[in-house]
Design a protein around this ligand. Structure first.
Ligand code: FES
Length: 108
């Protein structure tokens, strides 16, 4: 069994050269909100959920992005209610939130 049941990585990269980046969409706010909801729901820690910051994940055109392992499901979102849905349906209940899944074709 893996140490964490689910591991989430939020891209917090901010580009300053005019190219699209997740940093244009307040990823820190989404990260903070996710981390706090995971904690509130008692999901954090060994055998549960870990929420981590990441640098560029090379799917910048779809920003903001985060990826959930072990399912390797990529998400993008608009607001905190979307993050709540990812936390409750996927991180807690193991159900992919299809409407927020990043299309396979989205790259840098
Ligand atoms: S800037 Fe977020 S994936 Fe590249």
């Amino acid at each position: 069994m893996s140490y964490y049941q689910r591991h989430v990585f939020f891209c917090l990269n901010q580009r300053t050269n005019g190219e699209a980046s997740c940093g244009d969409h307040d990823p820190q706010g989404a990260f903070d909100h996710c981390k706090s909801r995971v904690k509130q729901l008692g999901l954090a820690g060994k055998g549960g959920v870990r929420v981590n910051k990441a640098g560029c994940l090379d799917r910048c055109a779809g920003g903001p992005v985060a990826v959930v392992y072990p399912e390797a499901v990529w998400y993008s979102w608009v607001d905190q209610s979307d993050i709540d849905e990812i936390v409750e349906r996927h991180l807690r209940d193991g159900e992919v939130v299809e409407r927020l899944v990043l299309p396979e074709s989205v790259g840098r």
